[in-house]
Design a protein around this ligand. Structure first.
Ligand code: 5AD
Ligand code: SF4
Length: 441
C-alpha cells in the first residue's frame, strides 16, 4: 500500500498543540504518517485559532496557499479544525471552496471516520456539535522515542466569560476529566520515557468542580507527584481569582511541581478588570503574588496583558505600567485588544484607536524587556537544576535545558545528558536565555 502523508499546522495555544498531537495519533490508525513538507501531503489539516483577529487572518492566508496545491492535486484532502472552525461551521465551506471537512473543538475523535468517508466518497463534511462526553480530550498520544515532556489535558472548556474572550463559546462549558483517567495516562507516559508533564486546561484551578470526583487540583498534582519516573509537573493556565491558598502552599510542598506560574492579570486598572469581568482587583492579585514569593522564593511569575480594551484611558494604561513596576514579571505576553464576535466587550462603546493601542503595546513591551533582563541577570552565579531537552538551537555543540522556573539555559554537555536532570551554574544572562556551565558537586 502506498504511504499516505499528513501535514498538520497548528495556530494558537498549547491546548491546540496538544489537540494536533491527538489528531496525528488518531490518523496514524488510518495509515497516515506525519510530514513537515506540505507539498508531500495527501491530507492537510489546519488546527485553527480565533482568539484574536490576527490568528484568524493567518489561517485564511495559509488556506489561500493550500488552494494552489489543490489545483495541482485534485486528490488532496483539506480539513480545518479548532476554534475558528467551531465558530464558522458550514460557513467555512462557503468562504473557502476547496475545503473537504470542518470539525469543531469537541469532534477530534470523529476524525478517522470523517477522513475515511471523504477518501471513499468525496463529499463535504461539517462536525461541530458540542458533546457532553469527554471523548475528544481523552485521546492518548504515544510519545516519540526521544520525547521528554508531554501535555496531558485535565479539563475542557471555560465558564468564566471574560468580556473580551471567545473561548467559552468555542470550547464549550467547563468539564473536568476523571482523575483516574489522568493518572492512568501519566503512568503510561512515564513508562514511555516521559519525565515532565504539563497539565492543560483553560482554568486548571477549578479542576474537579464540575464532574467532581473527589479530587481538587492540588490533590491531583500530589497524586501525579507520586508517579515514579515523573520528575517535573507544570500546568497552564490558571485564573487569579481561583488560585487557592492550598495551591500556593503546594508550590512549597510538592518538590516535583515546577517553580513557575503563568497567571494572566490582563490589566492593572481595577475599573478595566471589572469591565473585563475578571472577578479580582489588582490588590487581590498582588497579595497572591506576594504570598507565592514568600513561600517559594525564586518562583517565576509570567502573565498576559491586554492593552486598549474598550474604555481604557491613558490613566488606566498607566496603572498597568505601575503594576508591572511593582510586580516585575519574569516575562509577559502582551496583546492589543481584538474585538471578537459575540463577546460582551463587542457591545462596549469607547473603542481605543488602533494606533494608540499599538503605541501602548510597544511602550509596555520595552518596559517588560527591561524587567525580563533584570530578572534573568539576578540568576547569574546561581546554581540551577535543568531538565535537558536536547541540542541547543543556537549551536550544534551545545545542549539546552530548562530551569524549574521555565528559563532556557544553553550549556556544553554530553549527549547522554538529554532527558536527565543536571546542575549548572549560570554564567551569563540574556533577554531570551541564560548561559550555564555544568556544576561540580
Ligand atoms: N483580544 C486580545 N487579547 C485576547 N486574549 C484573549 N482574548 C483576547 C482578545 N479578544 C488574550 C488574553 C488571554 C490570552 C490567551 O489571550 O490575554 O490570557
Ligand atoms: Fe477566556 Fe477568561 Fe476563560 Fe481565559 S478564563 S479562556 S480569558 S473566558
Amino acid at each position: 500500500m502506498k504511504n499516505k502523508y499528513l501535514y498538520i499546522q497548528t495556530f494558537g495555544c498549547q491546548m491546540n498543540v496538544h489537540d494536533s498531537e491527538q489528531m496525528a495519533a488518531l490518523l496514524s490508525g488510518n495509515g497516515y504518517k506525519l510530514t513537515d513538507n506540505m507539498k508531500m501531503a495527501d491530507l492537510i489539516i489546519l488546527n485553527t485559532c480565533s482568539i484574536r483577529e490576527k490568528a484568524a487572518q493567518k489561517v485564511y492566508s495559509q488556506l489561500g496557499r493550500i488552494g494552489k496545491l489543490k489545483e495541482q492535486n485534485r486528490e488532496l484532502i483539506i480539513g480545518v479544525g479548532g476554534c475558528l472552525a467551531q465558530q464558522l461551521g458550514t460557513k467555512f465551506h462557503k468562504k473557502v471552496g476547496h475545503l473537504d471537512f470542518v470539525f469543531g473543538t469537541h469532534n477530534i475523535h470523529l476524525l478517522p471516520q470523517m477522513v475515511l468517508a471523504i477518501e471513499k466518497k468525496r463529499k463535504k463534511i461539517t462536525e461541530i456539535d458540542f458533546h457532553k462526553s469527554l471523548n475528544s480530550i481523552g485521546v492518548y498520544v504515544p510519545p516519540p522515542a526521544d520525547a521528554i515532556s508531554a501535555f496531558v489535558t485535565i479539563m475542557q472548556g471555560c465558564n468564566n466569560f471574560c468580556a473580551y474572550c471567545v473561548v467559552p463559546y468555542l470550547r464549550g462549558r467547563e468539564i473536568s476529566r476523571p482523575s483516574d483517567d489522568i493518572i492512568e495516562e501519566v503512568k503510561k507516559l512515564a513508562g514511555n520515557g516521559i519525565r515532565e508533564v504539563t497539565l492543560l486546561g483553560q482554568n486548571v484551578n477549578s479542576y474537579g468542580k464540575i464532574f467532581d470526583n473527589g479530587l481538587n487540583f492540588t490533590s491531583l498534582i500530589k497524586r501525579i507527584g507520586k508517579i515514579s519516573g515523573i520528575e517535573r509537573i507544570r500546568f497552564t493556565t490558571s485564573h487569579p481569582r481561583d488560585l487557592s491558598v492550598e495551591l500556593i502552599n503546594c508550590f512549597a510542598e510538592e518538590e516535583k511541581l515546577c517553580k513557575h506560574i503563568h497567571l494572566p492579570v490582563q490589566s492593572g486598572s481595577n475599573r478595566i478588570l471589572e469591565l473585563m469581568n475578571r472577578g479580582y482587583t489588582v490588590e487581590d492579585y498582588i497579595k497572591k503574588i506576594d504570598h507565592l514569593r514568600k513561600l517559594t522564593p525564586g518562583i517565576s511569575i509570567t502573565s498576559d496583558v491586554i492593552v486598549g480594551f474598550p474604555g481604557e484611558t491613558q490613566k488606566d494604561y498607566q496603572e498597568t505600567i505601575d503594576m508591572m513596576g511593582k510586580i516585575r514579571f519574569d516575562s509577559l505576553f502582551s496583546f492589543k485588544y481584538s474585538e471578537r464576535e459575540g463577546t460582551a466587550a463587542q457591545k462596549l462603546k469607547e473603542k481605543v484607536e488602533e494606533g494608540e493601542k499599538l503605541r501602548r503595546l510597544e511602550q509596555l513591551q520595552i518596559l517588560q524587556d527591561q524587567h525580563t533582563l533584570e530578572k534573568n541577570t539576578s540568576l547569574e552565579g546561581s546554581r540551577q537544576e535543568l531538565l535537558v531537552e536536547g541540542k541547543s538551537r543556537n549551536s550544534e555543540s551545545d545542549l539546552m535545558g530548562r530551569t524549574s522556573s521555565w528559563k532556557i539555559v544553553n550549556f556544553k554537555g554530553e549527549l547522554d545528558m538529554i532527558g536527565k536532570l543536571v546542575d549548572v551554574k549560570i554564567s551569563k544572562a540574556y533577554l531570551h536565555s541564560l548561559r550555564g556551565k555544568i556544576a561540580n558537586n
